[in-house]
Design a protein around this ligand. Structure first.
Ligand SMILES: Cc1cc2nc3c(=O)[nH]c(=O)nc-3n(C[C@H](O)[C@H](O)[C@H](O)COP(=O)(O)OP(=O)(O)OC[C@H]3O[C@@H](n4cnc5c(N)ncnc54)[C@H](O)[C@@H]3O)c2cc1C
Length: 521
């Protein structure tokens, strides 16, 4: 193996990881990025709608409106200071992306084009057709390669290694060879994405969004916060959960029930629209997105991916047909608890992107604010890790992990994974109540006990996907317990966390739910 030391080691090559890498590199650090897939398969590539910045290119807008919209959506559960940092840095973040080559769509007078997304008082989302995340990620990847940043693919994070309370490296599994490897570093940044895949196929997310970094950070002694806040997106395709972007509603698309009636203002925040869909479905209605009136020319120019996805995965052509949709798990507001420098409570361990809680989304994220978070807080994480690493030396790295013993497999984890996903969608979804949450927790505890009877049937080393999926499943299970503990502890309703037994907001809960491995703190 090549020299395994780097000043700053980043786990995850999505938008957050690559932005952090570029900024740590710019601060003179030797940077290495490890990722379990290829960078271009990261979740970030799936982002369609856009990235928010109050540029005012599509009508009047102001940074203060962006701040106020974000505060309102966060519902008393975010830091105003951090929201101001997010929104005030937004124009610069978009200008930076533009300067490194992201090909944003343009207005007739060559300004960056902007469109409306839910919960925003202005057309604020800057976009590249409906391929915004893909264009951003490809450009970041290109920049990293041009800067000589080393990106190693197919390395699965197993553990953050510590010396005392200081992070000093990681242990990973090389997926190609099946061999474990150790990388040491002065500072480690986790940028491993969210945990919506707890909901299995009822999620818009890439299969890799299994909350690995969060489960592993917890084991390393970090804390997590607000894990109960999972955002449901109103328009996942009915059969596959693949996302039809909010930009379709932003452009004027309608939501209809089986009677052809509109039942909600489509541009309300996602928690409200998703609950309205849930209510309709409980009455036996099917839900459809209707964009036929936007016309073929507009759809092909502005929403080409949505048309392709609807044709391919739902067998309908949105130019002529209604699109069957349902609300599905989409974004996770909770994550690794970080301070205002993106540092966790473990020295030298930082986190950014969807795996972290930067206290900007609170109870409900606004569409377009996540890509923005990757750029603003990815930069901060790169700079903070560089500052931390600057005067540190490499610490001794001790690996405690033991070889797994061969055992008889009595429980098929694939079946449990599917059961968990269905259970969460039904009982820890858009509407929850304490009794059902407690029952689900009992079930999850019993799954956790049974993990000793689960395992990997495939004993090969090279590209053993059975082994990787088992590791991911265990991380998902750990994260699912955190979601439940948070949802039970939060005895109120707020944003994406709606408890039918406590339907009102309670000011006593206007604070983050903080947890460590032992439980809610
Ligand atoms: C369909 C869809 C559309 C969206 N559209 C928008 C939008 O228009 N605007 C917006 O603001 N937001 C949007 N979002 C949200 C946004 O895309 C994500 O929040 C964001 O891209 C997350 O970026 P990230 O860098 O934190 O994580 P990711 O892009 O998920 O990257 C995580 C990285 O970590 C790696 N990784 C994970 N686990 C391990 C492990 N164990 N070992 C090693 N590496 C690991 C992965 O391989 C990957 O490289 C959308 C989300 C979805 C699902």
């Amino acid at each position: 193996m090549q020299n395994n030391k780097s000043d700053v080691l980043i786990i995850g090559a999505g938008g957050a990881g690559l932005v952090a890498a570029l900024h740590a590199h710019e601060n003179g650090m030797k940077v290495r990025v490890l990722t379990k897939e290829y960078p271009t398969r990261s979740q970030t590539c799936m982002a369609q709608g856009g990235i928010n910045a109050a540029l005012g290119n599509a009508g009047e807008d102001a940074t203060e409106s962006h701040v106020q919209n974000t505060l309102k959506s966060a519902n008393g559960l975010a830091s105003e200071v951090e929201i101001r940092r997010l929104c005030e840095n937004a124009p610069e973040a978009v200008a930076w992306l533009d300067s490194i080559g992201v090909c944003f769509s343009r207005t007739k007078d060559s300004k960056i084009a902007q469109r409306a997304l839910g919960g925003a008082s202005a057309s604020r989302a800057c976009y590249a057709q409906d391929y915004t995340g893909l264009k951003i990620l490809h450009t970041l990847y290109d920049r990293c390669l041009a800067c000589g940043i080393e990106i190693l693919n197919e390395k699965f994070l197993l553990e953050v290694l510590k010396n005392g309370n200081k992070a000093c490296g990681v242990e990973v599994l090389d997926i190609r060879s099946g061999v474990k490897e150790v990388y040491s570093a002065k500072a480690v940044i986790l940028a491993t994405g969210g945990y919506s895949r707890v909901y299995a196929k009822n999620s818009t997310n890439a299969t890799a969004s299994t909350g690995d970094g969060i489960a592993i950070a917890l084991k390393a002694g970090a804390k997590v916060s607000d894990m109960e806040f999972v955002q449901f997106h109103p328009t996942g395709l009915k059969s596959s959960s693949i996302l039809i972007s909010e930009s379709a509603r932003g452009a004027g698309g309608y939501l209809l029930n089986s009677k052809g009636e509109r039942f909600i203002d489509e541009l309300k925040p996602r928690d409200i629209v998703s609950r309205a869909i849930n209510d309709e479905m409980l009455k036996g209605e099917e839900i459809f997105l209707d964009i036929r009136h936007l016309g073929e020319a507009f759809i092909d120019a502005q929403l080409p991916q949505e048309r392709k996805l609807a044709k391919l995965y739902e067998n309908v052509d949105p130019v002529h047909d209604l699109i069957p949709v349902k609300a599905v798990a989409h974004y996770t507001m909770g994550g690794i608890d970080v301070n205002d420098t993106t540092s966790t409570c473990v020295d030298g361990l930082f986190a950014c992107g969807e795996c972290a809680n930067h206290s900007v989304h609170g109870a409900n994220r606004l569409g377009g604010n996540s890509l923005l978070e990757l750029v603003v807080f990815g930069k901060l994480a790169g700079e903070s890790a560089a500052l931390y690493a600057q005067d540190k030396s490499y610490l001794h790295v001790e690996v405690m992990s033991k070889e797994e013993a061969t055992k008889e497999i009595q429980v098929d984890f694939y079946k449990v994974r599917e059961e968990l996903g269905e259970l969460f969608y039904k009982d820890v979804g858009i509407v929850r109540d304490k009794k059902t949450l407690e029952k689900t927790l009992e079930k999850v505890n019993s799954f956790l006990e049974q993990t000793s009877q689960m395992g990997v049937k495939d004993t090969s080393h090279v590209y053993n996907t059975n082994r990787i999926e088992f590791l991911e499943f265990q991380n998902t299970l750990a994260v699912s317990k955190m979601i439940l503990l948070g949802a039970i502890a939060r005895d109120e309703s707020r944003g994406a966390h709606f408890r039918s037994d406590k339907p009102q907001k309670d000011e006593n809960y206007s604070k983050h739910t903080l947890q460590d491995l032992q439980g809610v703190l």
